[in-house]
Design a protein around this ligand. Structure first.
Ligand code: BES
Ligand code: MN
Ligand code: ZN
Length: 493
């Protein structure tokens, strides 16, 4: 269930949030209330530690028992979309204490900013932060679950705020779809289930094709088939097309790794934290969520999304270390470690995508390597790009939405480490370090010189701590970034 967002003209409400700039200055809405309440707010401020720092808050009660929560807006000079979203995120958290599950917010007339724009971004932040996955709790009482149901934003022009919020709400819908499929356990989110969810985008106007194992065999996509051959769940390649641009325009392509569970295969992973590998389909989840957002907001652009869906399991039919497969591209691959499976899935998915669609560019997303987590931790995703302009656009889009990237190298010198003694290429490197880079170099061999970027999202797809716009769990990292990347660079205005 999702938080309801409403916009209306200022009115009296039982639980009300008001903004305060850092160092205690009041924006005009708060000033007006302070006058009405005969200085209650300024007195409370004086008598507390609360000073209006970003996302700090203070509860105050009026003589009539109305609850007023003062919320820090940060520095007057720092006001921008990202800041408002963060404040919105803290509103979700703060208002979760309201008795009736509803709260109102009167934060507008900020420094040099238009009220509708402020309200819309506060609302987006609140919505993103409110998302929870509580499907499988059968015994918890309502107050043990997230209980905020509705936030009303009080703003002078509710219609304008509604209009500004509409496209943002479509972004949130895409993010929520991604978070949902990433959070579902691997016994539920199998390749078939995920393919079905992708197919459900047909109702939003996306054209969807699902290739099954028979189709993949016919094509010769043996790299992806090899990864799935130990599992009793059928592997799939799903192609989604959104055609919102001009007919003659080549599409943008987004490709996702969708390993619905990565046990490592016969190169079995250790038991500790293996349960995390249910989110090894996050790349595919992001591509599906992005397609949803683009379709819902009727983006004026042609986009294809391709996801390779497999389960990586050990069994009597599993791929063995040392096996050689002929990939869709014709290149042969020595599979030295069955746990380096994501790159095998992407090898065929990338080749298929460039060969069939001749895209303007390709961006793939994958929880590809543990090594990227060693290098960049949980704050930034790794960006690898064959094209400087593409790298710049992606980095800028990431900064616009607070989904940060860090560019990593792709020098040819790294490439020789994946040459094989028995095949064209091998799926792990002979060298000891640089595991994320050699993984990217492996992918690059299947891009056929189309401008290409690879986002290694292994460290950011899931968060163990609360983030400003995301509760613990699946983050949906990449949906907002790529939506912005598309909107800022490729849509007809
Ligand atoms: N899915 C993992 C990478 C991963 C690790 C994702 C942690 C999310 C969190 C990937 O398939 C994998 O197993 N990579 C190996 C590659 C190695 C065998 C060359 C790794 O990183 O250890
Ligand atoms: Mn693996
Ligand atoms: Zn994996």
């Amino acid at each position: 269930m999702s938080l309801k967002i409403a916009f209306q003209k200022p009115s009296t409400q039982t639980t009300l949030c008001l903004g305060v700039y850092e160092e205690g200055h009041f924006p005009s809405a708060t000033q007006t209330w302070d006058k009405t309440l005969k200085g209650l707010l300024s007195t409370s401020l004086k008598n507390s530690k609360f000073k209006g720092k970003l996302c700090q808050y203070l509860s105050v009660f009026t003589a009539e028992g109305q609850r007023i929560i003062l919320v820090g807006l940060g520095k007057k000079t720092d006001q921008n979309e990202k800041q408002w979203q963060k404040i919105g995120g803290s509103l979700s958290f703060i208002l979760d204490v309201s008795a009736n599950g509803e709260g109102a917010v009167e934060i507008h007339s900020l420094e040099k900013s238009d009220d509708a724009h402020v309200a819309a971004h506060l609302a987006l932040g609140a919505l993103l932060k409110s998302w929870r996955f509580e499907t499988y709790f059968t015994k918890k009482k309502p107050d043990e679950l997230f209980s905020l149901k509705k936030i009303t934003f009080l703003t002078p022009d509710p219609d304008a705020a509604e209009k500004a919020f509409k496209p943002l709400s479509k972004v949130a819908e895409g993010v929520f779809l991604t978070r949902t499929v990433v959070t579902e356990p691997a016994n539920v989110m199998t390749p078939a289930t995920l393919a079905k969810i992708a197919s459900s985008l047909e109702k939003d106007g996306v054209k969807v094709e699902v290739l099954d194992e028979k189709d993949l065999k016919k094509l010769g996509a043996n790299a992806i088939l090899g990864v799935g051959q130990g599992s009793d769940k059928e592997s799939k390649l799903v192609i989604m097309r959104w055609e919102g641009g001009k007919k003659k325009d080549d599409p943008l392509a987004f490709v996702g790794k969708g390993v619905t569970f990565d046990s490592g295969g016969l190169s079995l992973k250790p038991a500790s934290n293996m349960e995390d590998m249910k989110y090894d389909m996050a790349g595919a989840g992001v591509v599906i969520g992005l397609m949803k957002t683009l379709a819902l907001r009727k983006a004026k652009v042609n986009v294809v999304g391709v996801v390779g869906l497999v389960e990586n399991m050990p069994s009597g039919t599993a791929q063995r270390p040392g096996d050689v497969v002929t990939s869709l591209s014709g290149q042969t691959i020595a599979v030295l470690n069955t746990d380096a499976e994501g790159r095998l899935v992407l090898a065929d998915a990338l080749w298929y995508t460039q060969n069939r669609f001749k895209p303007k560019l390709m961006v793939d997303l994958a929880t590809l390597t543990g090594a990227i987590v060693v290098g960049l931790g949980f704050e930034r995703a790794g960006l690898f790009a064959s094209d400087d302009a593409l790298a710049k656009k992606l980095t800028a889009a990431g900064e616009d939405v607070s989904e940060l990237l860090w560019r990593m190298p792709l020098d040819d010198a790294y490439d020789k480490d994946i040459n094989s003694d028995i095949a064209d290429v091998q799926n792990i490197s002979n060298a000891r370090g640089g595991g994320s880079i050699t993984a990217a170099k492996f992918l690059q061999r299947f891009t056929n010189k189309v401008p290409w970027a690879h986002l290694d999202i292994a460290g950011v797809a899931w968060t163990e701590k609360e983030l400003p716009l995301c509760a613990k769990g699946a983050s949906g990292f990449g949906v907002r970034l790529l939506d912005r990347f598309v909107a800022a660079n490729y849509e007809e205005k």
